[in-house]
Structures are given as C-alpha cells and as structure tokens.
Design a binder for this molecule. Structure first.
Ligand SMILES: *Cc1c(COP(=O)(O)O)cnc(C)c1O
Length: 400
C-alpha cells in the first residue's frame, strides 16, 4: 500500500486520482481542476509541455542515466555550463543531487568542511531562521524550525549546533556578536519562507546578513529550492544579494523529475581544491546528474529565458494584487503577496477545513496547511484561470 506524506493514514481523506494533465489543468476521471499548487511549487511551465516532453524523450532514446562516478555526459555538462553563466556572480560550481533536502544537506556539509579543511574545527554551529523549512532529512530538520513537521527531533533534546533567530536585524547582529567564532554558516530561505507559512520579509535583512557574514568570515547559504526561478518576482533572490552557496530544486526541472543542485562560489570551491585527498567533498548521490533530469532542466531554463517568464510573473503579481484589493474578512489575519505567491493567513486553522473539497467542486486544486491558504500557480496560467483560483479563495469566506 502507498504510505502518503504528512498524513495520518487512518483518518486521511482519499487523494484525488489524476489520470491526465495538460497546461495548468489536472484531470481526474470526472473533473478538471487548475493546479494552484504547481505540484509543490515545481511545475512552472504547466503539465505536458511539448518542449519539455521532447527533451526527455530524445534523451531517453540515447540513455536515461549513467553515474557521475568515473563517467560524465553532455546533458550534465551543458546544464552546469548554463547555470554557471546564468547564475549571478561567481556561483559557478555545481554539485547535483536528487532532491532539495539532499542538496541542502550538501550545502551544510560544504560549509562545515570548508572550515575543517582550514583547520578551524570549532566552527560547528549554524545560524538559521525561526519558521525555517529546509527539508525533511535529519540535518535539514535540525536547521529547520517547525514543530509540526519536525517534532520528532524533540526525542534528541535540545539542538546544540543550530541557533534560530527571527528575521529582524537587531537579533541578527546580536547572534553574530555572540556566536561568530563558532558559526560556519547562516542559512536562509531568502525573502519568502515557504513551508514555514509563506512568510515574507525585507531585503534589508539579507543585505545586513551579507555584511555580517563578510565581516566575520561566515558563509551565507541561500536555500532557493522554493524561491528560485522567479517565485518571489526576482529571477533568484541571489540576483539582489549574493550568497556563497545557492541551493536550487523544485522548479529546476520544471517539475518533471526530482533533481537539485548546490552551487558554490569560487571561494568555497577553492577551500576543497588541492592535492590532499582528505579535503575532497565526500558525497555522491546515486542519481546525481541524471541525464533525463539535466536535459529537461536545461530546456526548462531556455524556455524561462526565451518566453520572458519574468514578465509573466510580474503579470501574475499584478492580477493577484488587483483581485485581492479590498478583500478582507474577520477570520483572515493577513493577505500576503509576493511575485507568484499569494497567501491568506487565517486566525484559526479550523476555518480552512473543507476548503480543498470546496475548491475541487469549483475546478481548483488547493492544499492549505495549518493557518495558510495559498496559491503558487504555474507561470503559464491565463488571466481567466488565475482569476478563477483567486475567486475560489475569496468565495470560501464570502459565501459563509
Ligand atoms: C521543498 C523544500 C526543500 C526540500 O526539497 P525536497 O525536494 O522536497 O527534498 C528544501 N528547502 C526548501 C526551501 C523547500 O521549499
């Protein structure tokens, strides 16, 4: 039997079975619905995109996978070259893996070993944010901060190597003042914290973080697994404030195949480079650099550039602001909008019970969690389809 994610299997409501999908539309046997979640924020070009399908098919006709241990191939080379030229600054060194969680693990391992390689064994601590989410593997749970996902860690007692701070500059400065000699990195989801509740914060925090990291020689990691590829209205937040390590996942392959990448700058790469074997990065996911994933990722980035996706995202934000203007309800605590993300936070999570079925009946797939009702739509959505999604969210409150 299938063991579903984040669910009590005894009481969960049966999932909708998808038999086909096209554009923004998911199809069950008797219904079509707009995917307002983009399959966990990844399917930015929509489903069954002809160019992406073609990229996968033509690569499958050559080979689908070979390992990167001792072997290499054109799709992984082309994708890393593309990322090197497309990403800002000297974020040039691409370490691939099969999921966002693993890619975050790799970034944390890099940051720790960067200092160990220099003989600095005391820098074992990580600074991270309150309400952070960085994945579901153990170290990512530890740097994350969400009891609802990760209460299991309480079994180990206090987290000694991670310090969590709110997204406020005074607390940031205080944490650096107190811990800078022990810190190897600061890891953040820049501007938009996704699974921790679609929390948005100001770029000034990141600018100050960059200064403090420079001042104290601490590495700055951006986990852009969710925010990358335009979701915040920036191509990457890294375009605005340059991290030392950037992690990408989710939309990297247009949502076609699980794949992720940890991209290091020259300074970090140089920390591993040399004649001694012990200084190598000891990591190697079986499916890293998978040829189907790399082919479809490369094509996805080409589409993103050629079809001016940043303009599409600006339009989505504009329509969303227009449609949400004047919306208020006593049960809604706040409406937050940034780029291709809109979130209605309610005072009581119970208010959202039943919304999924309500939306389904109106031709929209949605998956609210805790106190958050949100949409992160595929960027190819039409105005009419987007209005349908937003109307459905508003109608839940107006009609009741
Ligand atoms: C989803 C997510 C991850 C984990 O990615 P997986 O592919 O699910 O392992 C890590 N960081 C952020 C910010 C995410 O949103």
């Amino acid at each position: 039997m299938i063991w579903y994610p984040y669910q009590q299997m005894k009481t969960m409501k049966p999932p909708y079975e998808i038999v086909d999908a096209q554009g923004v539309w998911l199809k069950t046997r008797d219904k079509e619905m707009i995917d307002s979640v983009s399959s966990w924020w990844s399917v930015i070009h929509g489903y069954k995109h002809p160019a992406l399908n073609e990229a996968i098919k033509s690569q499958a006709d050559r080979f689908s996978h070979v390992m990167l241990g001792g072997l290499t191939h054109e799709p992984v080379r082309k994708l890393s070259e593309k990322l090197q030229s497309w990403l800002p600054g000297d974020l040039d060194y691409c370490f691939f893996s099969d999921s966002g969680s693993v890619a975050v693990e790799v970034s944390l391992k890099m940051a720790l070993q960067y200092y160990v390689n220099r003989g600095e064994w005391k820098r074992t601590k990580v600074l991270s944010l309150a309400h952070a989410y960085h994945g579901d593997t153990f170290k990512t749970m530890e740097v994350g901060d969400d009891e609802d996902y990760h209460f299991i860690l309480e079994a180990y007692g206090e987290k000694k190597d991670v310090i969590h701070i709110p997204t406020r500059i005074p607390q940031l400065e205080a944490a650096f003042g107190q811990y800078h000699e022990q810190l190897n990195c600061l890891i953040v989801e820049p501007l938009l914290q996704g699974a921790g509740g679609m929390r948005m914060y100001d770029i000034a925090f990141l600018k100050r973080a960059r200064e403090l990291c420079d001042q104290y020689g601490v590495l700055l990691i951006f986990d852009e697994v969710a925010t990358g590829f335009g979701r915040t209205g920036n191509r990457f937040v890294a375009d605005k404030v340059l991290p030392d390590i950037l992690v990408l996942g989710k939309a990297l392959t247009g949502g076609y195949i699980g794949h992720a990448v940890t991209v290091a700058n020259k300074k970090v790469f140089q920390g591993f480079y040399g004649d001694s074997a012990e200084k190598a990065l000891m990591h190697g996911p079986t499916f890293m650099g998978n040829a189907l994933a790399c082919s479809v990722a490369l094509r996805s980035i080409e589409l993103f550039e050629q079809e001016n996706y940043m303009e599409k995202i600006r339009r989505i934000e504009e329509i969303t602001r227009r449609e949400m203007k004047g919306f208020s309800d006593p049960r809604v605590r706040e409406v937050r909008i940034m780029g291709g993300c809109v979130c209605l936070e309610v005072h009581e999570g119970d208010v959202l019970k039943g919304f999924q079925q309500f939306a389904y009946e109106r031709g929209v797939f949605s998956r609210p969690f805790l106190n958050y009702l949100y949409a992160m739509v595929p960027y190819i959505i039409t105005e009419g389809e987007l209005v349908q999604v937003l109307d459905t969210m508003k109608a839940w409150f107006y009609g009741r």
